[in-house]
Structures are given as C-alpha cells and as structure tokens.
Design a protein around this ligand. Structure first.
Ligand code: SF4
Length: 456
C-alpha cells in the first residue's frame, strides 16, 4: 500500500508542519563547472564579452582567488526600458506597464472618460478576457478603440514554447523584444491552488552557488509590463487546463529586489481588485537579502515576503550566497525583526535549501531556531536536487526530518516542499540558459571541501 507520505510527495503537496506534525521533502537547483578558459583564469578575452558589471566583479574576484573580494553589484543596473511603459521605436505605450492611475491619466489625455479607462483595464485583466489585441475589446466604442490601436500596444512578450513536466508543471518560454528569453513556471496543485512563478530579470547578478540562473550573470531587468504579462499569459494559456491561477511567486529568474521599482509596480498591478485581483497574501516576492530594498518593499507593498536564508553562519552564507558579504545575517535578521514588529499577522517565509554537510547539521538547526527568535515567520525546508555538474549533495530525507523536528521542537512552523518540474528544468533554481561565459564558482572554505562532490 502506498503510504500517505509517498502519495503526498508524488502530488507535490506542501505540508505545513507544526511542532507536532511530521512530513518530508523537496527540491532545487543546478550548478555547472566553469568553462576551461575561466577555470584556467584566462579571463581577459572573456571579460570583454561580459555586459554585467556584477559579473565583472565576480570574475575579477575569481581570477585573484580572493573570495573575500566578491560582492554582487547592487547599484542601479543600466535600465533597459526600466520602468518605461512606452516602446522606444514607435512611442506607443505598453498597456501592461501602467498602473490603473497611469492608464486613466493616459486615457483622459486622449480626450476619453475615466469610465472608459476602467472598461479597458477590465478587458486587459478581468473576466477571462485578457485581451491581447484591439479586436478583443468588446463593448468599447469605435473611437476609443481606434485611439488605442494608434497609440498603444497590448503585449510585452512573445510566446516561444511551453514544456510540460511529468508532474504537470509547465515551463513557458517567452522571447523579449531584444531577443533574450525568459522562463515562467506554472505549478498546479491538487488542492485548488495553482501557482505561477514569474521572472523579474534575465539572469541574475547574485551568483548563489546552488542556483543555475545565478550562473548566467545578469543580462537585464524586466520591465513591469514584461513581469505582469507573464501572469496574464499564464492565465490565458493554461487556465482552461489547470484551473484558476491563484498564487504568484517572484521566484523565477532574477533577484526581484535588484529590480525593485518594476517589481513593486508589477505586484501592485497584480493585486488590483478590478484587474488580476490576486490576494496580496498570495503574491510572494522572494529576496536573497537586499536589506535597503527589503525595507522599502515592506513599506510600499502589502504582498508577502520570502527571504532565501540557506545558512546559519556568515561563513557559509558568504560562500554560497555572496550577497551576505554586503548584508550580513545579523543585519538582515535584525532588520526583519524591527520591520515586522509593528505589522499585524504578517509572517516572512524563510527558504532554506538543504545542502549535505554544508548547512544541515543539528547545530545548524539549533542555530536557526535562535536566529529567527522574535521574527514572525515560517521556515520552508527545500531539498537540494543534485544533478550532473552540481557540486552540492542532497541531504537525505531522514536527516531533513530530524532537522525539521529540531525546528518544530524549537517552536518554529516548518514547511517542506517537494520538487516540481524537475525533468524539464523547471524547478526552483533551475531556470535560464547558460551562455559561453558563466559566473564563477566561489572558493570553497577548507572545512567544507569533503562535503562536496570530488569531481568539482
Ligand atoms: S537563487 Fe535567486 S537570487 Fe540567487 S542566483 Fe538564483 S535567481 Fe539569483
């Protein structure tokens, strides 16, 4: 007979674990070896090809073998259509890049009534219309439609492909105007919840060592329209197959807070009650720990927050998440403690990818209990998903359960998540496409070398 745990694992159910409940595991990531030119530190020509300053700083650090020198670049990445809702070439506005207030202003500036702006807004986002061209704007008057077709565009993305994993997860690939490709994942769940995981950047500058996307380096930020369109398109393409898409997570390609203007704008469009109308509690933005942006997010957006923690000491976090060298664990956690103290019923979700011999000891579990003291939170334990080329090894299920039990006994609420979409590289941390140049593998602290795969 198939056990309940096995059945739940197959279904990919997220299990909430209170101190009295037991359950098990899930997924993550991918890592690659560097191409030989980088391995040999022959970087000069390669560096010329890099566009991202962050990647440059990574490589210079790698070439000197000085892991202490590495920090992701966090200053404003040169905006490529950053918060603009207008195409450069023909000066048409991109409708999905506008908040409702901006849309209304734009409609009125063309001599039409605010009520018509609302009708347009609803056809873009509501009532299963999700209009993608002017012909789908049923009920709007002719003059208004003509003005829209002359001065506005509907889509920000071009559909490229959809891939279905054996567990029902779908990965949608979109081509952007400049030819770059992003990925969006739709994850159905049998309990009436379907989640769309959206990307916020092409690639990522953060170079988390367990993440495939991080190996790409950062190509560019996505506009608000390009982010919103992922959710709209997922509904349009898959709602009839997977049912209503109820949740959004900003856990696709990119560090959302590295593109915070557009992420906040997109999140606010997604929760607008006359539009897509996701519950703010069901729109979760995840960060690797950019402290100033985290504060701003909590003040300007009422959506949910997830923090990718993954370590209980600065030593380990500095290595596997280089952003920690700029914003230490103590600063990150103290900021959360302070910022959340005045918020009613708001809990941050800590994500913790478990890496064998690196961050999964019982001492880590006890430290984690201490670290999160005073922070209203849940902890999501994620089983690392090893594959060819990755240097980390999966924590076994028994150990994860013991780890989880220590947290639960310490009074934490713990979730355990199963991998989804693995066979199509659609699982957490697996998105993107590596180019010839990749972000560097960071120097492994001496005491963890035996915990990694010998081949790397
Ligand atoms: S885990 Fe997130 S923040 Fe870290 S490299 Fe991957 S996409 Fe970027």
């Amino acid at each position: 007979m198939v056990s309940l745990t096995t059945t739940m694992r197959r279904l990919g159910i997220i299990t909430v674990v209170t101190p009295t409940l037991i359950s098990s595991t899930a997924a993550f990531s991918r890592n690659l070896t560097l191409p030989s030119p980088l391995r040999n530190h022959g970087l000069t020509n390669s560096i010329r090809l890099l566009k991202s300053r962050s990647l440059l700083s990574s490589l210079s650090c790698f070439s000197s073998s000085s892991s202490a020198a590495y920090l992701p670049a966090l200053d404003e990445f040169p905006s490529t259509k950053a918060s603009v809702a207008m195409r450069d070439d023909n000066k048409k506005v991109i409708l999905k890049g506008m908040s409702y207030a901006s849309l209304q202003e734009w409609v009125e500036s063309h001599g039409f009534r605010p009520g018509q702006a609302m009708m347009l807004w609803k056809r873009l986002y509501k009532d299963n219309i999700w209009a993608e061209n002017v012909d789908q704007l049923e009920g709007l008057n002719k003059d208004f439609k003509r003005m829209i077709s002359e001065h506005a565009e509907f889509g920000a993305l071009s559909f490229k492909d959809v891939r279905s994993a054996s567990d029902g997860t779908r990965k949608i690939l979109f081509t952007l105007d400049d030819g770059l490709v992003i990925e969006t994942v739709v994850i159905p769940c049998d309990r009436g919840r379907t989640t769309v995981c959206v990307s916020s950047q092409v690639g990522c500058a953060m170079n988390c060592q367990f993440c495939y996307t991080g190996r790409m380096g950062l190509k560019r930020n996505l506009t608000a329209a390009e982010i919103v369109e992922q959710a709209v398109y997922a509904r349009r393409l898959l709602s009839h197959e997977v049912g209503s898409i109820t949740n959004v997570v900003f856990m696709g390609m990119g560090e959302p807070f590295h593109n915070i203007d557009n992420v906040i704008k997109a999140a606010n469009i997604m929760v607008d009650e006359n539009g897509l109308h996701f519950s703010p509690r069901k729109v979760t933005v995840s960060t690797s720990g950019l402290v100033p942006q985290l504060k701003r997010f909590l003040r300007e957006c009422n959506c949910a927050l997830a923090v990718s923690l993954n370590a209980t000491t600065d030593e380990v976090r500095n290595w596997i998440m280089p952003i920690n060298r700029k914003y230490k664990l103590s600063l990150l956690l103290e900021t959360l403690r302070e910022e959340l103290s005045s918020r009613h019923k708001y809990k941050v979700l800590f994500e913790y990818v478990m890496l064998a011999g690196v961050n999964d000891s019982m001492e880590d579990a006890k430290r984690l209990v201490e670290l999160v003291q005073g922070i209203p939170c849940k902890i999501n334990l994620i089983q690392f998903n090893p594959h060819s080329g990755s240097q980390f090894i999966q924590t076994d299920e028994d150990k994860m359960i013991k780890f989880r039990n220590v947290l639960a006994e310490g009074g934490c609420t713990v979730l355990m998540r199963f991998s989804r979409g693995n066979d199509q590289m659609a699982a957490c941390g697996q998105l993107g496409m590596l180019g010839a140049i990749q972000a560097p593998v960071m120097r492994v602290p001496e005491q963890f070398r035996t915990a990694l795969k010998a081949s790397v």
